[in-house]
Design a protein around this ligand. Structure first.
Ligand SMILES: Nc1ncnc2c1ncn2[C@@H]1O[C@H](COP(=O)(O)OP(=O)(O)O)[C@@H](O)[C@H]1O
Ligand SMILES: O=P(O)(O)O[C@H]1O[C@H](CO)[C@@H](O[C@H]2O[C@H](CO)[C@@H](O)[C@H](O)[C@H]2O)[C@H](O)[C@H]1O
Length: 434
């Protein structure tokens, strides 16, 4: 009998903690999702949660985070080897159809809310991502998002997408199932969401590619397709309306407004600290902006997307635009990402994204971003008209403050991830703070 099958049928626990940790610690820092690249964060073992004799969920402590690495033991290295261990190969279970699906069924370690139809094969999607998303070719097809950074408590994507699914809002892919585990660490019981499984939206286009491509064609004077950006505005507004209805909205009192303004001030200070000098020439203008924040008042707050940009949007022929990934900004602590917020934050996020599309198209065409100003203005106007047709657009002063807030975040994000793109949010700040 092959070793994999023998393990499935019982026998001693196959995952030796010492060699499992050694193999994963050597492999994890080079993964796309590893959050501490370029630093020497200490990696230790937080827990090994058995799923089957040949499958386990390894929880690592890395720096201040808990990371999820589902693993399987196999005779062959396969497509996603982690390392050789006694008796076989430790492989990344997210890439192994059989092992992945065992993680989506109830087991000694995992609770599952929902039912995942069986798939005969799985495909991990490529791209720069903070999680690992795997498409299952079931009927109907699904996409499982394996959260790599595991935070205690409810996962925001599961809470928000679950509420929208129950409200039958078809502007998000329906949530099919969600898994969670409970374990002991340092004498404490911890519990967290591990995987969210959603309807796979087939044949969809990525809105970033569509909109950026449109900006390039506009700059080159080439014929353009009808993108119906107003439908994107309607999609965002419909999601806001459903979230208010299902998860609630409330008026922000003086204290809540003051706390919100304080959070904007904190973000300015954070961005100044973390931007490695990229904001130094704007010091005076940023000081003047901070002075204006005291006058801001927040109206309603509710659950929102929190990191809305074109990369989080798909367009499916016949269905229109859909929003993905309700996790909030990855560089923010989870507690902040769970707070109710003004919907203006999502509106500002999308407007920033049109500016990014303009900036990136201008870079590709070798022209100044000012040359894409007409394209950006008409795209923004179409989006806002669509949004307004469903619900009020919001407070312009708040949108402006949140545009600055987002651009500050983006400078830090680009300094860390894509230094060539720092000029896009920085030149937006120069315009916004002029
Ligand atoms: N339900 C879905 N149907 C089709 N494609 C999807 C779906 N969910 C995600 N994707 C694809 O996977 C990519 C990454 O998904 P996302 O939820 O944004 O993950 P991450 O948090 O890792 O960035 C998306 O940009 C999209 O191309
Ligand atoms: O998709 P994530 O949740 O990981 O978001 C992070 O990465 C985004 C880039 O992939 C980043 O978005 C910024 O760049 C986009 C173009 O690539 C642009 O459309 C966005 O408007 C801009 O903010 C996002 O900020 C970051 O949190």
């Amino acid at each position: 009998m092959p070793r994999d099958a023998a393990r499935r049928e019982g026998g001693p626990m196959a995952f030796d903690p010492v060699e499992t940790l050694a193999a994963i610690a050597a492999w994890a820092p080079d993964r796309r999702w590893y959050p501490f690249k370029g630093t020497d964060a200490t990696i230790s073992l937080e827990a090994v949660l058995p799923v089957r004799d040949d499958v386990a969920i390894v929880l690592l402590r890395a720096g201040s985070a808990t990371l999820q690495v589902p693993v399987a033991l196999r005779d062959e290295p396969g497509d996603a080897p982690i390392g050789q261990v006694e008796g076989g190969w430790l492989v990344d279970a997210a890439h192994d159809a059989d092992a992945l699906q065992s993680l989506l069924q109830p087991s000694a370690s995992v609770e599952v809310d929902g039912v995942v139809p069986p798939a005969s094969s799985v495909r991990v999607i490529s791209g720069e991502q903070s999680n690992t998303s795997v498409i299952g070719d079931a009927s109907p097809a699904w996409i499982a998002k394996v959260f790599r950074v595991v935070d205690e408590g409810d996962h925001p994507d599961v809470v928000v997408t679950g509420a929208l699914t129950r409200a039958r809002n078809d502007r998000v892919p329906a949530l099919v199932a969600a898994t969670r585990a409970t374990w002991q660490h340092d004498g404490r019981t911890r519990s967290a969401g591990l995987v969210a499984v959603s309807e796979f939206v087939a044949g969809a286009d990525d809105a970033w590619e569509l909109v950026r491509g449109d900006a390039v064609r506009a700059l080159r004077g080439e014929p353009r397709d009808e993108l119906d950006v107003a439908d994107l505005g309607r999609a965002v507004a419909e999601v806001h309306v459903s979230l208010a209805e299902t998860l609630g909205a409330r008026g922000a009192d003086e204290a809540a407004s003051a706390a919100f303004v304080a959070s904007l001030r904190d973000r300015v200070a954070w961005a100044r600290r973390e931007s490695r000098g990229a904001l130094a020439h704007l010091d005076d203008r940023i000081d003047a902006h901070v002075e204006t924040l005291d006058a801001l008042r927040v109206g309603l707050v509710q659950r929102i997307h929190g990191d809305l940009h074109l990369g989080q949007v798909l367009r499916q022929p016949g269905r229109g635009y859909l929003l993905l990934d309700f996790e909030g900004e990855p560089l923010r602590p989870l507690a902040e990402r769970l707070l109710p917020e003004p919907t203006e934050r999502d509106v500002a996020g999308m407007l920033r994204s049109f500016d990014y599309a303009a900036g990136s198209a201008a870079l590709e065409c070798g022209v100044d971003v000012a040359d894409a100003a007409d394209w950006a203005a008409s795209t923004e106007a179409a989006f806002l008209a669509g949004y307004r047709s469903v619900r009020g657009e919001g407070d312009p002063a708040l949108i402006r403050a949140l545009l600055v807030d987002k651009a500050l975040y983006e400078v830090v994000y680009e300094v860390r991830s894509r230094p060539d793109w720092v000029p896009i949010p920085r030149s937006a700040l120069e315009r916004l703070l002029a």
